[in-house]
Design a protein around this ligand. Structure first.
Ligand SMILES: [Zn+2]
Ligand SMILES: [Zn+2]
Length: 264
């Protein structure tokens, strides 16, 4: 079967790889939709320090079950649609023992530390699937990136009384906007030009364009001089890391999603 292989710096090609078959506890899935994000681009351009090449990318997956190996629960039948959790957890490191399996020290993300799903078919442990027949496969592929923003909202303990500044309105920041709006918070979305249009369409009350406006002054005005209750950083630049601290109120909460490639 065919897979897309990133085989060197800024180089990729379609490759013929062996057809996988499911072992005990595994399912074979048909890959219907694959989302590509900034981390895939970083893999392609050589800026992802976690990845080794060659690598098949693909961690945002909308799939349909084709077959199941032995020892798989009856619910995982052919034709079922699913979201894929692209991370692993060792169960023994300090994060895993604390129940924070999303932060496993030895995590091996699909498409990063191990080959991902940008191929025709893929084999996964059944426990990595979240079955869902309500969403279309292309929507299933959006669940993983959106859940990053939702998780940030959870970590920020956002409630309906909060004013939340979201720095960066890409896919991840958009998830944070949607998650915060869903909790009834007032959201101020910050990004350049029309990148905030989507945030506004999902319920951001105000938007700020750092290209033409003084972000700190505007946040100050919009919060009667207090600062935001919560700032979510979804950019990953040293400047926005420090800006988040400047924008948050006393006793506020800052959540960093982005990771900075330069010292902060
Ligand atoms: Zn991603
Ligand atoms: Zn672990």
């Amino acid at each position: 079967m065919q897979a897309l292989l990133i085989d060197g710096l800024a180089s990729c090609r379609m490759a013929e790889i062996p057809d996988p078959s499911p072992g005990p506890g595994e399912v074979l899935v048909d890959i219907r939709h694959v989302g590509l994000c900034g981390s895939d681009l970083a893999t392609f351009t050589g800026l992802n320090p976690l990845v080794s090449l060659p690598r098949i990318p693909g961690h945002e997956l909308g799939v349909v079950i084709l077959s199941a190996g032995p020892d798989v629960p009856a619910a995982y039948v052919p034709g079922k649609r699913a979201v894929v959790m692209p991370y692993t957890a060792c169960s023994t490191c300090s994060s895993c023992r604390a129940g924070r399996i999303n932060a496993c020290r030895y995590n091996r993300t699909l498409g990063v530390q191990q080959d991902g799903g940008l191929s025709e078919r893929f084999v996964l442990p059944y426990g990595k699937l979240i079955l869902n027949d309500r969403l279309a496969p292309r929507h299933l592929a959006l669940v993983e990136p959106l859940s990053v923003g939702f998780h940030a909202v959870d970590r920020g303990r956002i409630t309906s009384t909060d004013t939340v500044v979201v720095l960066g309105c890409g896919m991840i920041g958009t998830g944070a906007v949607i998650g915060a709006v869903a909790r009834g918070a007032r959201v101020i979305a910050v990004d350049f030009g029309d990148k905030t249009a989507i945030a506004r369409s999902y319920g951001a009350a105000q938007t700020i364009d750092p290209g033409t406006e003084d972000v700190a002054a505007r946040v100050n005005d919009l919060t009667e001089g207090h600062g935001a209750d919560v700032v979510i950083e979804a950019v990953g630049l040293p400047a926005t890391f420090t800006q988040a601290i400047d924008l948050v109120c006393f006793s506020g909460r800052v959540v960093y999603i982005g990771y900075s490639k330069a010292p902060v």
